[in-house]
Design a binder for this molecule. Structure first.
Ligand code: NAD
Length: 469
């Protein structure tokens, strides 16, 4: 396994769990040395145990020397990053560098180079040409495509029990080997889609962009719900029960983030444009997503009567729950925009804080050890990531700790009535604000009473009478 990041390490550990002998390597030798000591480079539920179990079983090893790790392997997966370049296209330099590691080991038996990284349609064919042009390995070294569909936070379950496995190959021999690798999964009844290199590459992009589109679609509908006094959660539920639509990726929120959707949508747009094809729906999904982030800041500004000065408790910096990944995280983006507009931010996340501390934005944030500490004396609570522990927050306690009773539930995790009953003004996505602050517990100090009445006055001015709690 060349590349031991989120995909490489999970895939390596899971392939070992399926009974294969796997060696994971990475250009970051320190990462491999840490793994040799049993230390995980990132948080993924269940991963540490799975790695440990398979290392103990002798099926999983870590090797810092790239060439030594790949030499003699029957199949070499490449799971390196393919990050976006300035123009949106995918940076394939790590993929080609990894391919050259394998070429350099001059395999003397049939070896399958498996492109697991997400890369534009045509990349596998380019890798083939690279192999052919470098030396005479053409017959011994073949290329296959095996896109990965795991989701961080539930990656092990996703890998071991996927909806489907997609394999793109250019020969019957390569297909046979791929089928052998995935036999333990296909024997469970999981469909295996065997196709060409190009179609396999396209399936990955087309799937991710449809999911991103679904998110942007429900967010646009949610924005309209706010204007017409409909409730987007109920609307989403009513839509999602239609089996042709399905409930997943139909949750109103602050927009999509993470290491895949934004980058894959940009890359697909880019390589389609290079071929003279305009993908208007994908472009719109990205545009709506960018605007949704801005909309969350405007919403906060309206709820607080301005962002210059207030202290905001922001819960959730990982781009989704159960991961410490902050790539393109809506929480981090929101924190940055709050700071730009003059607010102070006290943030909390169960797992992602060390990663955030290493960023520029992170240096301007304050961090709290637990959600209630973040909320203490803040002017608003903003929930951006739907970690399970946030769903269980005691809203009455939150109301008693806040300086002003403002809750922005950007993931729609609370029942509006619970928030209002706790004395909070409830702002969400796809629902008009509901005022509970007026009925909440008495402020503890004169200063708080003053702050609260100032806020209520403002909120009262912005909502329509029909939106009253
Ligand atoms: P990552 O950044 O977590 O891991 C990539 C790893 O590759 C890093 O450890 C890096 O050090 C290593 N690397 C870089 N250049 C290398 C080289 N030349 N040789 C060996 N190792 C090298 O990235 P990731 O999230 O695991 O994503 C990997 C690929 O899988 C990307 O193409 C991504 O789009 C795709 N993917 C990611 C996910 C996801 O949820 N993260 C899901 C499906 C597909």
């Amino acid at each position: 396994m060349l590349g031991t990041g989120y995909v490489g390490l999970v895939s390596g550990a899971c392939l070992a769990e399926l009974g294969h002998h796997v060696t994971c390597t990475d250009i970051d030798a320190r990462k491999i040395q840490q793994l040799q000591l049993g230390r995980m480079p990132f948080y993924e539920p269940g991963l540490a145990g799975l790695v440990q179990q398979n290392c103990a079983g002798g099926r999983l090893t870590f090797e810092p020397e790239l060439a030594r790790a790949t030499a003699g392997a029957e199949a070499v997966f490449i799971a390196v990053g393919t990050p976006p370049m300035a123009d949106g296209s995918a940076d394939l330099s790590a993929l080609f560098a990894a391919c050259h590691v394998v070429i350099g080991t001059s395999p003397n038996r049939f070896t399958l180079l498996i492109q697991k990284s997400t890369a534009p349609v045509g990349t596998a064919r380019r890798l083939r040409q690279e192999i052919a042009s470098c030396n005479g390995h053409g017959e011994r070294l073949e290329v296959a495509v095996n896109p990965e569909f795991l989701q961080e936070g539930s990656a092990i379950e996703n890998f071991l029990h996927p909806d489907r496995v997609v394999i793109g190959t250019g020969s019957a021999r390569a297909e046979r080997l791929m089928r052998r690798i995935y036999a333990p999964i296909s024997l469970q009844g999981t469909p295996l889609v065997a196709t060409t290199l190009e179609s396999a590459e396209m399936i990955k992009y087309a799937s991710n962009c449809l999911l991103a589109t679904k998110v942007s679609y429900i967010n646009e509908i949610a924005n309209l719900c706010e204007a017409v006094e409909a409730d987007a959660r109920v609307v989403a539920r009513g839509m999602g029960l239609d089996r042709r639509i399905g409930p997943k990726f139909l949750h109103p929120g602050p927009g999509f983030g993470g290491s895949c959707f934004p980058k894959d949508a940009q890359a697909l747009l880019r390589f389609a444009a290079e071929r003279g094809v305009s993908l208007r729906i994908v472009a719109a999904a990205l545009e709506v997503n960018n605007a949704q982030g801005e909309r969350m800041v405007d919403k906060s500004e309206a709820a607080l009567g301005g962002l210059a000065g207030p202290r905001i408790a922001l819960l959730g910096l990982a781009f989704k729950p159960n991961t410490d990944d902050i790539r393109e995280s809506p929480g981090l983006r929101l924190a940055e925009m709050y700071l730009e507009r003059g607010a102070a931010v006290v943030a909390h996340d169960p797992m992602a804080v060390p990663n955030v501390m290493a960023t520029t934005v992170g240096r301007s944030l304050r961090f709290a050890d637990d959600p209630y500490e973040a909320v203490r004396d803040a002017d608003a609570l903003v929930v951006v990531t739907d970690w399970e522990e946030y769903r269980r927050l005691d809203l009455r306690r939150v109301a008693s700790l806040l300086r002003r009773p403002v809750l922005l539930d950007l993931r729609c995790i609370f029942k509006p009535k619970d928030a209002v009953d706790a004395g909070l003004d409830y702002h969400s996505v796809g629902l008009q604000p509901l005022l509970g602050g007026r009925r909440g517990p008495e402020p503890r100090t004169a200063a708080r009473r003053e702050a609260r009445s100032a806020n209520l006055q403002f909120v009262g001015q912005t909502r329509s009478p029909a939106g009253s709690a």
